[in-house]
Design a protein. Structure first.
Length: 184
């Protein structure tokens, strides 16, 4: 079954978990990856990989010794990821990100790349996930996420010292890309 049909079905069965009816475009993927420190990253985490559009690119770009895992809650997406990327470490709850990093004896993440639909999460869940991101991210690291509106701008600016916003019209729907850092 095509990724589009899986996304569409998962969206309509649970729109508070899946924030789009279609996977991310290659244009959005490029925009999301451009500020990741590929040559120095020791640990990279992906939140909400869905069918693995970003996962595939991360695996292509990361260094072989870089530790990488994903956090995906949806069981059908988890199964697709297991089949597409054998050996990929998959965790299930973004609100436990800091715990996973500690359990896996990893240092802080140099990059956290997120496809989570923050706009559809209740405020307390969104805050808990972002608390985990801030706790897990290396002080020199980067948190990259996309949203379909500027709704997250103030919340991200309240947590990160530097928030840059990009935009790609070549996605369905068009998307804003937030690149966030804990330090200036």
């Amino acid at each position: 079954m095509s990724d589009f049909l899986v996304f569409l079905r998962r969206f309509f069965s649970n729109p508070t978990r899946v924030g789009s009816v279609t996977p991310s475009s290659k244009f959005l993927c490029r925009q999301m990856m451009k500020n990741v420190p590929w040559s120095s990253a020791k640990t990279i985490v992906e939140l909400g990989p869905g069918t693995g559009v970003f996962t595939e690119e991360i695996l292509r770009l990361k260094r072989p010794e870089t530790k990488f895992f994903v956090v995906e809650q949806d069981p059908e997406f988890q199964q697709m990821l297991k089949e597409r990327f054998p050996g990929l470490v998959i965790q299930s709850e973004a609100v436990h990100l800091a715990r996973y990093v500690k359990q896996m004896n990893l240092q802080r993440a140099d990059a956290i790349i997120s496809g989570l639909p923050f706009a559809v999460f209740p405020g307390e869940v969104r805050a808990e996930i972002l608390d985990n991101v801030a706790e897990t991210l290396d002080p020199d690291g980067v948190f990259v996420t996309f949203q379909y509106s500027l709704q997250m701008k103030a919340e991200l600016e309240g947590r990160f010292k530097k928030v840059n916003i990009g935009f790609t019209p070549f996605n369905i729907p068009p998307a804003f890309v937030y690149t966030c850092r804990l330090q200036e």
